[in-house]
Write a protein that binds this ligand. Structure first.
Ligand SMILES: NC(=O)c1ccc[n+]([C@@H]2O[C@H](COP(=O)([O-])OP(=O)(O)OC[C@H]3O[C@@H](n4cnc5c(N)ncnc54)[C@H](O)[C@@H]3O)[C@@H](O)[C@H]2O)c1
Length: 318
């Protein structure tokens, strides 16, 4: 029996992963602190169906709390850990960088340390495309230098990669996944796609950064990300410590996304232009050849199809 401990299991990506793990017959123990970064009710809704499942357990608590983490690992005894809990979001990280350090770096360090002590050696965790920071060479490759992060959030994610690499020396088997702007049903409400959809629906202006099409994002559909996470959990025993890009390989101007939202919502956007804030990057663009080679993973969902799914969900749940 495969037993997976999922941190951040009530969040956007985490709850989709729990769906997939339970569906394929794994036993899941989720932990989440249900923090107030966005509404607790949304997170409770994300786990509602899981709670009905006999192969699912949930504990409320913080991954930076060593006693809590130790007890969870000790009582559940997972074969693998999927660590997705983190304070996410680039701009909010300027408001409370210390909380980002605590929730992301301290929590990851404690988890790695407790896993290593308890002999749980397979560890998959969420990094981010933001580690590429101010890099201008595209597409972004795992071979590129990543020492130029431009927000506290990005720095916390790079720090997690470094501490993970350090624990690999102790025999841990680790995969760190650099997600590129994930979107889909249960989307985090602080993210641009959600805010655009909400404001367009309500006839309120949306803020688009830059003057033309220079700001681009490699929007990646959540089920593709989940497939990449599952492939990582299945293959992590082969790695010492590897980082993987999981992205759509199609950097898209923000206005193209807005157009797709307008078409699916049947409403026109009122667009206000604003300068790119410090911490945001002009472009994200994944080279996913490593994930293809070592995980057998490829993105499948075109942006057009994914936005349609997102809007369908948004209309009833947004
Ligand atoms: N969504 C994206 O586009 C994206 C892109 C790159 C990386 N990521 C990373 O993927 C992971 C999941 O992101 P998401 O978009 O699902 O975010 P999310 O906020 O929806 O999910 C994170 C969950 O972790 C929980 N959490 C946060 N800190 C915790 C802590 N210290 N202890 C216990 N629980 C805690 C939150 O309550 C939340 O339910 C995060 O690590 C994030 O940094 C996301």
């Amino acid at each position: 029996m495969v037993k997976v401990l999922v941190t951040g299991g009530a969040g956007f990506i985490g709850s989709h992963c729990v769906d997939s793990l339970l569906k394929r017959g794994d036993t899941v123990f989720a932990i989440d602190n249900f923090n107030d970064f966005y509404s607790k009710e949304r997170k409770e809704a994300n786990v509602r169906a899981h709670l009905e499942h006999e192969c699912y357990g949930l504990a409320y608590g913080d991954c930076a709390d060593r006693d809590f983490v130790r007890q969870c690992l000790d009582s559940f005894k997972p074969n693998k850990v999927l660590h997705l809990a983190a304070r996410a979001g680039v701009q909010p990280s300027w408001k409370d960088p210390a909380e980002y350090m605590r929730s992301n770096v301290l929590a990851t360090t404690i988890l790695l340390d407790e896993c290593e002590k308890q002999g749980i050696d397979k560890f998959v965790f969420a990094s981010s495309s933001s580690v590429y920071g101010g890099n201008t060479k595209v597409p972004f490759s795992e071979e590129d230098r990543v020492d130029n992060q431009v927000s506290p959030y990005a720095t916390t994610k790079r720090s997690c990669e470094l501490i993970a690499n350090t624990y690999a020396q102790k025999g841990m088997r680790i995969a760190g996944l650099r997600f590129f702007t994930v979107y889909g049903p249960r989307n985090r409400p602080d993210m641009a796609i959600y805010q655009f959809a909400r404001n367009i629906s309500e006839g309120k202006p949306i803020k688009v950064f830059g003057q033309g099409d220079e700001v681009r994002r490699d929007w990646t559909y959540v089920s593709d990300i989940v497939d990449g996470i599952m492939a990582s959990l299945d293959n992590v025993h082969k790695f010492k410590c590897e980082m993987f890009n999981l992205g759509n390989c199609r950097p898209t101007p923000v206005m193209e996304l807005v157009k797709l939202l307008e078409d699916n919502l049947g409403k026109k956007a009122v667009v206000e232009r604003a300068p790119l804030p410090v911490g945001d990057v002009l472009q994200t663009y994944a080279d996913t050849s490593k994930a293809k080679r070592l995980l057998g993973w490829e993105q499948k969902t075109p942006l057009e199809a994914g936005v349609k799914e997102f809007v369908n969900w948004f209309k009833t749940n947004g």
